[in-house]
Design a protein around this ligand. Sequence first.
Ligand SMILES: Nc1ncnc2c1ncn2[C@@H]1O[C@H](COP(=O)(O)OP(=O)(O)OP(=O)(O)O)[C@@H](O)[C@H]1O
Length: 304
Amino acid sequence: MATAEAMQQQEPVGLQIAGLQFSYPGQAGPPGEPFIRNCDIDIPRGSRCLLVGANGAGKTTLLQVLAGKYMVSPDQVRILGRPPFHDMDLTCSGQLSYLGNSWRKDVSFAGYGVPLQADISAGKMIFNVDGVDPARRAHLIRMLDIDIYQRLTTMSDGQRRRVQICMGLLKLYDVLLLDEITVDLDVVGRLKLLEFFRQECEQRKTTIVYATHIFDGLENWVTHLAYMENGQFVKAGPCPSIPEIVEARKSGTKLLTVFEGWLRSEREARHARQQSQPKAVPGSEAATPQRTPFMPSKHLAFFR
Ligand SMILES: Nc1ncnc2c1ncn2[C@@H]1O[C@H](COP(=O)(O)OP(=O)(O)OP(=O)(O)O)[C@@H](O)[C@H]1O
């Protein structure tokens, strides 16, 4: 009998990265290379890909490139077969959506023309969004346990976050890019949301890429994995193709333990490299970090 993962292999590709190269203006990768590089992967529709890596590895940068926020060559990123920067209809039509941390920081505005910190109730905020299936709206409000009569100004960070997530999920999406959106949620809220995402993938073939540092409850949730180190994938693909994940599933080892091992090895290797480099004399040219000058003709990054 075909496994769920084998069946997903037969699905059309939801998201494809091939030969992607990207740097922020002035940002240098290794000598002669861009910061984001070697990030090739095919993620079939209906898959849930976990994006992991140390702080600064490039997860948010990659998700924002996938979301079409920065220009890269059209053949380097395809979402549902289309380039996200050039094909603005992907985001305008709601097929592609990015829910990120910046949303949380940017609390004065949550989209849809409504100030999030206005002295109004959660219900007024949520019901302000047009063209929403009422059953989906009711399901989200129940699943996220939102008190629609509570005023936004009286909410805790986590309660306000639930309203933001609810608004972000009201419309139907084919590809969801999630950038650490569950940090403020309590355990039950987080597990319910993960279950909701699983149903979206299984029933509607939504494709999800989820960057997070919280691994509880993801053992049997994730179908694909991409582990980033310093702007590139060092392990990536369907879970059955990654030996450490296969082994962890067999032995019942937690994902947290696997990722902790990878991150510790990465850190030790980095420290060993730093130790082996010749010490720079403070104040000398070698001690001053050199930045690549911004050259518009060489950098393809244009901000939307
Ligand atoms: N707008 C920007 N301009 C220049 N460099 C940036 C910009 N945003 C991020 N960076 C740099 O890009 C690198 C990757 O950052 P990014 O936010 O993508 O990492 P991350 O893996 O999401 O980290 P974290 O787990 O801490 O959220 C970092 O070195 C960061 O300083």
